[in-house]
Ligand binder design. Structure first.
Ligand SMILES: NC(=O)c1ccc[n+]([C@@H]2O[C@H](COP(=O)([O-])OP(=O)(O)OC[C@H]3O[C@@H](n4cnc5c(N)ncnc54)[C@H](O)[C@@H]3O)[C@@H](O)[C@H]2O)c1
Length: 493
């Protein structure tokens, strides 16, 4: 394959960055677009045509039709996060490579579903998280790897993205953003916040770069939040701020928060700080501040100002890329490094959007491992999901599953579920077991003991066919509904 043909599904806000970016990345081409909202399909088709008048981009409002009929090797999934996994699994089944936007999903069931689906397929899966490509992430990663900071004890991060009231709703028929006052009057309004049940579910954006810096995974999580009703906007049905406290496998404590209603200075949405035994590094808190560095081993008396985006990585704006130069002088360091290709600098998020797509294309064309594979993706989603569960359960500490295959779980298989026995001899059936057996409250179970070490659990169910088989005579005599009811009552008594 010389070129990756990409179909994009989900043509909302984010697609206005992805479509131009696909156009910039060498080795790939946009060949199809799809959204349930036809107006958006036509709008984005015009955008693609403006970028390349010779582009042949097929239009779809039916995702399965795009998978079946379009000339595509890969799918870029830019839908609401709770739909990500379903669409990703369908694309993998259709033999397509997949890149999906962040966050991966909102449930552990979905984490397992996509992990096992990717393991069973031979296609590339990548999460399109761009902050991990920032220059400061590269510098910090190097400092951790070469021991400059010593053992890392603590990492903090925050994603506080105060948004105006027009950012929360859109018209489902046209895709247009609408103010919440208008949304109240319209039947077709839809929450643009993707029915996100907890704001901490956006944590993966902060966690991804820091897990990349540390080469780590979170093993324990606890969550805490302000009341589940905004203090800023009376109509926003979630907390203004949710916080996750986490412990990693190699013994680092992390504290990260997320919020969409807290007022913030433009350009200060992301912030990270890292404390090692030998020194501290910090991003600026807002665009007017500078980054910080302090190294105990170098006899520094105080923290030094550091422009992470510039130091050794970035010093001058390339000629002809004026908007990037201007934005580089502000902001808190979410900037690409000095060796960034010119074309990347025209992409969204100050040039960072280019990288996940370029890495994805490179994996497919050159057979390289995925730059952010399904395990790394699940490792950013699961702590957020568990932090949300912890908040609902009064701050209990929860264990994060290990998604990588090994002794306990074979690739492509779900993990075996376990449950503890109470003093009264009761057990809780894990939700995944209940879901896969289609069990509901009141259903009965049968235990078939096999020898001394094994028992099989079987739902006691009677199918409609079983019941009607008993009623119908050999000659197939027709029965009235009353007769059937009577017979069923007799059978049940
Ligand atoms: N990386 C970043 O910095 C960043 C920034 C913003 C948004 N995002 C992510 O990008 C994704 C999209 O965000 P958005 O703001 O564009 O959302 P949006 O709600 O504006 O758009 C989503 C679109 O997907 C469409 N869609 C959903 N299911 C579909 C289906 N089955 N078939 C066809 N179309 C379908 C909807 O009709 C909608 O138009 C989200 O996952 C979000 O978290 C990431």
């Amino acid at each position: 394959m010389k070129e990756v043909k990409i179909g994009v599904v989900g043509l909302g806000n984010r697609s206005t960055a992805w479509i131009p970016c696909i156009h910039l990345v060498p080795g790939c081409r946009l060949t199809a677009i799809c959204d349930k909202v036809e107006t958006l399909v036509n709008l984005r088709h015009r955008l693609a045509a403006d970028l390349n008048k010779d582009a042949r981009v097929a239009r779809y409002t039916d995702y399965d039709a795009m998978l079946r009929d379009a000339d595509i090797d890969a799918v870029a999934i830019l839908v609401e996060p709770h739909n990500n996994v379903e669409l990703a699994c369908r694309a993998l089944e259709a033999g397509k490579h997949v890149i999906a936007e962040v966050p991966l999903c909102y449930s552990l069931e979905d984490c397992w579903r996509i992990v096992t689906a990717v393991e069973r397929s031979d296609r590339v899966f990548q999460l399109g998280e761009q902050v991990r490509y920032s220059a400061f992430v590269q510098v910090w990663k190097k400092m951790v790897r070469d021991g400059t900071l010593g053992k890392v004890l603590y990492v903090e991060g925050q994603y506080l993205h105060g948004m105006g009231p027009d950012r929360y709703y859109h018209d489902a028929a046209t895709g247009a953003r609408i103010h919440f006052r208008e949304a109240k009057k319209r039947k077709s309004y839809k929450s643009r916040f993707w029915d996100m049940p907890h704001v901490i579910l956006y944590l993966p954006h902060e966690l991804s770069p820091m897990l990349h810096v540390l080469d780590e995974r979170v093993v324990k999580v606890t969550g805490m939040a302000t009341r589940p009703k905004s203090y800023r906007y009376e109509w926003f049905p979630h907390a203004d701020l949710e916080v996750a406290l986490m412990h990693t496998e190699k013994d680092t404590v992390m504290r990260m928060m997320a919020g969409f209603t807290v007022a913030t200075l433009g350009g200060s949405e992301h912030h990270h700080r890292l404390i090692g035994v030998n020194g501290w590094v910090e991003q600026p808190m807002n665009p007017e501040e500078k980054g910080k560095l302090w190294l105990a081993e170098r006899f520094m008396a105080d923290k030094a100002d550091v422009k992470w985006a510039y130091k050794d990585y970035w010093d001058v704006s390339p000629v002809g890329v004026s908007h990037v130069g201007q934005r580089h002088s502000r902001g808190t360091g979410q900037r690409p490094s000095r060796d960034t290709p010119m074309e990347a600098l025209q992409s969204g998020h100050y040039g960072l959007d280019y990288y996940p797509i370029a890495a994805f294309v490179e994996s497919i064309l050159e057979g390289k491992p995925s730059a952010m594979d399904v395990y790394a993706a699940a490792e950013t989603a699961a702590p957020a999901i568990l932090a949300a569960q912890s908040i609902e359960r009064g701050g209990v500490t929860l264990d994060v599953p290990d998604f990588r295959p090994g002794r306990k779980r074979k690739a492509g298989r779900y993990p075996a579920s376990t449950s503890g026995l109470t003093s009264k001899g009761q057990i809780t059936l894990p939700k995944r077991v209940r879901d896969s057996l289609h069990l509901h409250t009141g259903d009965r179970m049968e235990f078939l003991v096999r020898g001394q070490t094994e028992a099989v659990l079987k739902p006691v169910t009677k199918t409609v066919d079983e019941v009607f088989g008993r009623l119908s005579g050999r000659a197939g005599v027709t029965r009235t509904v009353e007769e059937m009811n009577e017979a069923i009552a007799r059978f049940q008594s």
